[in-house]
Each structure stands twice: as C-alpha cells, then as structure tokens.
Design a protein around this ligand. Structure first.
Ligand SMILES: O=C(O)C(=O)Cc1ccccc1
Length: 275
C-alpha cells in the first residue's frame, strides 16, 4: 500500500500515516511525502498513491482549509478518520534564536506560549512542522515547533507541551481513489454546493438528517470561489451510508440542491492513535 502524506519525515501527518500502513509492510518503504495537502489528494486521484493522509481539523485552531478545498475540487473517497493528540515542543540549536518556523496551525496552537515567552521572535509559516525543523537545523537563529521526537544531535528540545491547551487533538482523513468509496462506517462526509441562496436554504439542507434522527457532527462553510457570499458546505453526520435513513437523507439533499451538486465522500470509522 503506497501512502502519501505531508513531509518531510517527522510531521504529525507522518505519524498518523504510520497507522494506515499494513502490519507486514515497512513504513519507511510505504510512505512518501509532498509538502502540500492539495498535492496529497491529487496524487491519490491520479493513482500515484493508494492512500493519502491529510490533516483536516484541529481542536484549537479549527479547519485546515486547504484540505477542505482539496476535497471539494478533487474526486476522491474518505475511508478512515484518525484522531490524535498533538503535543508541541520548541526545538532549536540554542536559546538564542530570533525566528520561529512551523506549520501555520502549529504556530496558532502555541500563540499564547510564544507571546508570553518569546514576544520578540518573529514567526514564519512553512509547509509543515518538519520543514521548520529542517530550517532550524540549518540556521542557528531559527527555532521550530514540532513533535519532540524530531530533536537530534543538532537540535535540542527547549520546551515541551507548549500548546495553549492541554487537550490539543487533530483529525486526519485517509483518502482513497473515488472507486473505493465505502458505505460501511459510523460517519459519512458530504460536500454540498447548493449554487443558490434563499431564506431557509441551510435549514432545508439539514432537515433530511434531523427528520431521520441523524446527528450532524460537523458543518463548515467554505467560499465557493464563484462570488462573494457563495458557499460550499462540508457536512459530516454520525451515520453510515449502509443505513437506509442516511441514503434517503442524502438523496433528499441531492434533490434540494437541483442546479448545484453533492459530493459524497463516503462512510468511514474513526481510529484514535496515541504517539
Ligand atoms: O506540519 C505537520 O506536522 C502536520 O502534519 C500538519 C499539522 C500541524 C499542526 C498540528 C497538526 C498537524
């Protein structure tokens, strides 16, 4: 199984991706990297990889919007959700650094810590936490925020558990080719583009689920890119497509959107991974 995720090696996504590799396989052989989540989804869609692992949502910072948009624009399936706690460390060659480089989400998750402890340091968003580690390894004026295991002979852990809340969890989605879309699983994800707007539209789109006692676990709107105020909705429900009620609710939503579209990403289960 070829798995692609956010690199370079050592990212939180990489740690989540290890949970996807088959027991008999060497994770180092199976996992490859790219530095954009859009590219991860594209590589699964074009068959370069069998699975892609992308961060989708964090309990402190919210959505990884680039991942949501990639799922809107590319025809893939979601086959598993991985939920994992995130513990950030500050790593540098020494205490004397003037810049902190990390993934934008990691910088945001540690905003309070950085303001309180390193107010003079400038912040630089890079492609991933592990990219920040590579920058810090080359440049003594740079510190990185990343998993503490990315420390080595060059980089020291200066502080641990620096996220602003102790419960910092991230959801990752495992994407697969569209043909592998599943009906089994406890959750289902849809992307809905109504392409129209009138009073009560959102209510109408959600009623098919409420009417069947299906719990909505998440709704997120993203700009459609067509015009200001026009949205795509990412809807997650706590029910599988194998259940008649879910299939019926989705069919009803499809009928409501008329001119728009519904992308059914599929049903899947959740795996909690500690690392
Ligand atoms: O940059 C990484 O390590 C990622 O996998 C993205 C990310 C960043 C911060 C928290 C969770 C995931």
């Amino acid at each position: 199984m070829k798995v692609i995720t956010l690199g370079p090696a050592g990212t939180y996504s990489h740690r989540a991706a290890r949970a996807v590799v088959d027991g008999g396989e060497d994770p180092d052989e199976a996992i490859s990297f790219t530095e954009s989540v859009t590219d991860i989804v594209a590589r699964v869609a074009d068959g370069t990889a069998d699975r892609g692992v992308v961060p989708i949502e964090n309990s402190i910072e919210g959505s990884v919007t680039e991942s949501l948009d990639a799922l809107t624009n590319t025809d893939v399936a979601v086959v598993l959700e991985i939920v994992t706690p995130i513990r950030h460390a500050l790593l540098a060659q020494s205490e004397s650094f003037s810049r902190v480089a990390s993934h934008a989400q990691a910088l945001a998750q540690c905003r309070g810590y950085l303001e309180a402890n390193h107010p003079e340091a400038t912040q630089e968003a890079v492609a991933s936490t592990a990219r920040g580690v590579e920058v810090a390894r080359e440049d003594p004026t740079v510190a990185a925020i990343a998993h503490p295991d990315t420390a080595d002979g060059t980089l020291r852990v200066l502080a641990e558990e620096i996220q602003d809340r102790t419960s910092n969890a991230t959801r990752f989605l495992v994407v697969a080719p569209a043909e592998e879309r599943q009906r089994g699983g406890g959750k289902t994800s849809l992307v809905v583009y109504p392409k129209t707007n009138h009073p009560g539209l959102l209510l109408e789109l959600l009623e098919p689920f409420a009417d069947r006692d299906i719990n909505l676990s998440r709704i997120e709107s993203r700009p459609s890119g067509e015009r200001l105020g026009d949205y795509v909705f990412h809807v997650d429900v706590a029910a599988g497509l194998y259940e008649d009620r879910t299939a019926e609710a989705v069919a009803e939503v499809e009928a409501i959107v008329g001119e728009g579209w519904v992308r059914t990403l599929g049903s899947y289960d959740t795996r909690h991974v500690l690392y």
